[in-house]
Unconditional design. Structure first.
Length: 460
C-alpha cells in the first residue's frame, strides 16, 4: 500500500523553509523577508491570530491579502471540506452537471439580483480575464478602459489593465488598453467617444493606496458606458464578500448595477482557490452562442467540488455570523479611533477606507527635526517611512500589516472580518506606541530607517 506521512515530512524538513524557497522558488522573497526582519516561523493559526514556535501570539491585519475573510481555519469551512472529501463525489467528469456549482452560483447571484449567470475559475486574475474576454465577445469591440493605479491581476490580460507600471515592466507588449484617472468622468467620456471601447473595469475601492471612487462616480460612469454601448466591470476580488461593510463594494452607491462582477479571495475560505465572474444572461449567451462553443471558455479545475463546498460554507458562515454588518461596525470603530490621532501626530496625514479596508497615510511633518529625517527617506525611496512603521508593528507588537503599494507612504489594513474590539484596541495601542517613537526622532526606529535607506541606495 502506498504511504505518505505529511506530518513526518514537515517535522523532518520544516526548519528548511527559507532555504528551500531561496534554492527552488522566488529567490527574492526570503531575501526581502530577512532584510526587514519578517523571517518568522509560524506554526499555528486560528481566526485573526497565529502563533510562532515559542507560543507568541500575532494579530493578523493582512488576512493573506484579503483571502482569509473568515479568518484562518474556520470550523464551518473545515467541516464542509471534510464532508465533500468523505462523499467521494464523481468530480470533474466534464460530461455531467454536478449540483454544487449550481448551488453556489445561485447563492452568489442572490446578492446581485440584476445578474443572471456565473463562470467559476480558480483565482481573481482568472475572474478578471473572463470578464475581459466576455466583454469583448459581447460587444464586438477590442479596447478596455481601466484606472490609473488599479490592480486587477498579473496574467497577461489582467496585467494589461493593471495601472501600476512596476508590475508591467518587462512583460510588453500587452493588450492595447487605456488608463484613465479614478474619478475623472471627462477622461472616461473622451475615450468612449472613440467608439471602440468594450468595457471599463474598476475597483470600487482601489487596493493600492485604498482610494475610494468619489461619490456618484460609479453611477455616472455607468450612465456614460450605457450611452456609448460599453460595459461596466466591477472588480470585487478584494472588496467583495463583506470587506467594505456591504456584500459588494459597489452597493455603497445606489443604482449601480455592473454588467460583470469579479470575485475570488475570501470565497475560498482560505483553503481552495476559486474565482467567479458574475454577469448578465445576454453576455453569457453571446459567448456560449451554440453547442459548438460550449467549451469556448473553460477552466480545467473550475467548479471543482472542494472549491464549491468551500464557497458555500463561506457564504453560509457569513450570513449566520452577520459578518457583513460586523465588518461595517468594526471598520467604523477602527477608522474612527485612528482618525482621532491625525491631529496628534504630525507624520500622520490621513485615515480613509470603507469597512475593514483601511488606509493609513503618512506625510511630510512640520517640525524641522522630523522634516530632515523625512527628507532623507524620501530622497532614497518613497515609501520607506511606511515600512519603518510596519516593521516595529511586527517585531515589537506582533501585528502583521503591509505597505499598500510600491512607493506609497500608506499602510493598508485588511484584517479578517472576525476581528473584535480587543483586536482593534491592540492595534491602536501598538500603532500609538510606534508613532510616539517616530515623533521622538531617535531610537531603533530611525536607526532601522537608515538601514532601509542604505538598502534602497544599494538596489539602484
Amino acid at each position: 500500500m502506498t504511504r505518505f506521512d505529511l506530518r513526518a515530512l514537515l517535522a523532518e524538513r520544516g526548519a528548511e523553509r527559507y532555504e528551500l524557497h531561496a534554492r527552488h522558488l522566488n529567490p527574492q522573497l526570503p531575501r526581502m523577508l530577512r532584510t526587514i526582519g519578517f523571517d518568522k516561523v509560524y506554526v499555528r493559526a486560528e481566526g485573526a491570530h497565529f502563533w510562532d514556535a515559542e507560543g507568541n501570539d500575532y494579530l493578523d491585519m493582512l488576512a493573506g491579502f484579503g483571502v482569509m475573510g473568515l479568518g484562518r481555519h474556520h470550523p464551518v469551512v473545515r467541516q464542509a471540506l471534510h464532508d465533500v472529501l468523505d462523499a467521494s463525489l464523481p468530480d470533474l467528469t466534464r460530461f455531467d452537471c454536478q449540483p454544487l456549482p449550481g448551488l453556489l452560483a445561485e447563492k452568489l447571484l442572490s446578492h446581485s439580483p440584476h445578474l443572471d449567470r456565473v463562470f467559476f475559475g480558480n483565482s481573481g486574475t482568472e475572474a478578471v480575464e473572463t470578464a475581459l474576454k466576455f466583454a469583448r465577445c459581447a460587444t464586438g469591440r477590442p479596447r478596455m478602459l481601466y484606472c490609473a493605479h488599479a490592480f486587477h491581476g498579473l496574467t497577461a490580460g489582467s496585467l494589461s489593465v493593471n495601472g501600476e507600471n512596476g508590475f508591467r515592466e518587462g512583460f510588453a507588449p500587452l493588450l492595447p488598453d487605456t488608463a484613465v484617472p479614478l474619478g475623472d468622468l471627462g477622461a472616461l467620456e473622451r475615450e468612449l467617444r472613440r467608439g471602440d471601447v468594450a468595457a471599463f473595469v474598476v475597483e470600487p475601492v482601489q487596493g493600492k493606496g485604498v482610494h475610494e471612487a468619489p461619490p456618484g462616480y460609479l453611477r455616472a460612469a455607468q450612465e456614460l458606458l450605457r450611452r456609448h454601448k460599453a460595459l461596466l466591470i466591477a472588480d470585487e476580488v478584494q472588496t467583495g464578500l463583506g470587506r467594505t461593510g456591504t456584500f459588494y463594494a459597489y452597493q455603497h452607491e445606489e443604482g449601480v448595477e455592473p454588467d460583470l462582477v469579479c470575485v475570488a479571495k475570501a470565497l475560498s475560505g482560505g483553503y481552495v482557490p476559486v474565482g467567479a465572474t458574475l454577469g448578465k444572461d445576454w453576455i453569457f449567451r453571446k459567448v456560449y452562442s451554440s453547442m459548438d462553443r460550449v467549451l469556448v471558455h473553460s477552466a480545467s479545475f473550475g467548479s471543482n467540488a472542494q472549491a464549491m463546498a468551500a464557497g458555500l460554507a463561506v457564504l453560509s458562515a457569513m450570513e449566520q455570523e452577520g459578518l457583513v454588518a460586523r465588518a461595517r461596525t468594526m471598520g467604523d470603530l477602527l477608522r474612527g479611533r485612528l482618525a482621532a490621532l491625525v491631529g496628534e501626530y504630525e507624520l500622520l496625514h490621513q485615515v480613509r477606507g470603507r469597512g475593514l479596508m483601511v488606509g493609513i497615510e503618512f506625510g511630510r511633518p512640520s517640525s524641522l527635526g522630523l522634516r530632515s529625517r523625512w527628507a532623507m527617506l524620501q530622497t532614497a525611496r518613497k515609501g520607506l517611512f511606511a515600512q519603518m512603521v510596519v516593521v516595529p508593528l511586527l517585531q515589537r507588537h506582533r501585528i502583521l500589516t503591509q505597505v499598500s503599494g510600491d512607493h506609497l507612504e500608506v499602510i493598508k489594513l485588511i484584517p479578517p472580518l472576525v476581528v473584535d474590539e480587543r483586536d482593534v484596541d491592540r492595534f491602536v495601542t501598538a500603532f500609538r506606541a510606534v508613532m510616539d517613537e517616530a515623533h521622538e526622532g531617535g531610537g531603533l526606529m530611525w536607526e532601522f530607517g537608515r538601514t532601509l535607506v542604505k538598502q534602497a541606495v544599494a538596489n539602484r
